[in-house]
Design a protein around this ligand. Sequence first.
Ligand code: ADE
Length: 482
Amino acid sequence: MTPARRTSADVRIDVLSIFPDYLAPLDLSLVGRARRDGLLRLEVHDLRDWATDRHRTVDDTPVGGGAGMVMRADVWGAALDAVLATDGPTPSPGEPPRPILLVPTPAGAPLTQSRAQDLADELGAGTRLVIACGRYEGIDSRVAEHYAAAGLARVQEYSIGDYVLGGGEVAALVLVEAVARLLPGVVGNPESLVEESHGSAGLLEGPVYTRPLDWRGLIVPEVLRSGHHGRIARWRRDRGLERTAARRPDLLDRLDPGSLDRADKATLASCGWVDGGEGRLTRFEVRDAVPDDAAALAALAGATFPLACPPGVPVADVAAFVAAHLSPERWAGYLADPVGYVVVVAEAAARRPGLLGYVLVVLPSTADAEPVAADVAAAFAQRPAAELSKCYVVPGLQGTGLAGALLEAAHDRIAARTVEGHALAAVWLGTNRGNRRAQRFYRRHGYTAVGRRTFRVGDAPQEDLLMVRRMSPSGGGLVDAG
Ligand code: ADE
C-alpha cells in the first residue's frame, strides 16, 4: 500500500531565534512556495516571548568567567517545552517519532547532503524538526543535555562550515532550504536532484551553460550542442571528476573505486588519482625524474620489464638485458643527460612508498637522425622522431589509467622539446606483436601501426609491432611524408 502523502500539518519545522525577522526569506522562492502549497509547515518563534523580565533578557555572563554572553537555559527550556507541546505531526502507529532538536554551532558535525537527505526522510516519516538558533557564545550546554537525556528529542549540533557566524540564523536558513528541496513535490523536476553536486555520486557537478551559445566570444562547448546524449553524459561526468579532484580531493578519498568505469578511471588518472586497491583511490604525482631516482628506477624497471617479455624468452637473457640497459648505472646515465632522454615517473603522494611507474623516451641527437635500426627507419618518414622506449607501471596498477597519465605527461614533455631548433614530428615505439592489450593502449593514445621490427632480448629475435604517433599538426619537423 502506498503511504498517504503527508500534509504540511505533518511535515513541520519550527525555528526559534531572537531575530525572527532574520528568517523572513523562508517566505520566498522554493521554501515559500512549499509552505503555501501545503507541503511544509514552518513556524518561526521569537525566543524573547519566553523571557520573564521587563527587558526580555535571554542571556547572562558565562559561569567561570570569560568573554561574551551565554544564552540562558531557563528561557530556552520554557520556549522548547512550549513549542514541542504544540500540535506536532500526527504520530504514526507504534512509537511516535521523537523530534529532532537541531542546534547550529561552529562546533557541530558538518551538515552534508546525506545529512540533509536523512532529515528530509525523517520529516517525511513524520518527525518534527526544531531548530534552536543561538547567538553570542552559544546556548547553555545543559539545554541540549536535558532534551537528549530526558528522551524529549534527539539532539544534533551541526555546522555549515569552518567559519564563525554571528549566530545560528543563517545556518537555520541553510538547513531548511537544503532539506525542504528534498521533500517530495518541492522541486518541480525531481530529475534535477539526481545529477547535482554532492548527489549520490559523491562528486561535484561540472560547469553548466545556456543560451546565447556565443557570449562575448565564449562559446558553449561543442559536445553539449551535439545532441549526442552519450557523449554529453561522458563530458559532464569527466568535468565533474576533474572539478572534484581540483576542489574537493577529500570527496575522492571517500569515493568507492567500484563505482567507477574505465573512462572515469582514465579521467581521474589524468588528475592524479588511481584505484590503488584496498577499496580506495590513491593520489599520485607525475614528475620529471631526477638523478636521485636512479636506484628506484632500476628497481622498478628490473621488476616490470620481465613481466612484459613474451613467454619463451630465457630468464637469463631477460636478466642480461636488464643488467645491460636498466641497471642503476644506466639510469644514472639517462638521468644525467636531459637532452638525450625524457624520464617521467609516477610517485604515490602518500602511503605506498616508491615509484609506481615510469616512461623513458630517447630523443634523436640531431634533427635528421635516423632511428638506429634499419627496419624502424624504413617504416615511417617523420623526423625528428623520438623513441618511446619504455612505459611501465607496477602490476597492481595496470588498467587504472596510471600508464595513460604517464604517457600523456611524456607526450607533453616531448611536445615542448626541439632538436636543433626543430619540433619533434613523431614518437615511435615497438611493442610485442602478441601483446594486444599494449597495442590497444597505444592506439587509445594516438599511435597507429606502421610496420614491424625485430627486437632482440638475448639471441632470440622478437617480432614487434611498430607504432607511430605524430605530434600536433602545428609541430614542426624536417620531413613529413605523411
Ligand atoms: N553559528 C556560528 N557559526 C556557525 C557555523 N559555522 N555553522 C553553524 N552555526 C553557526
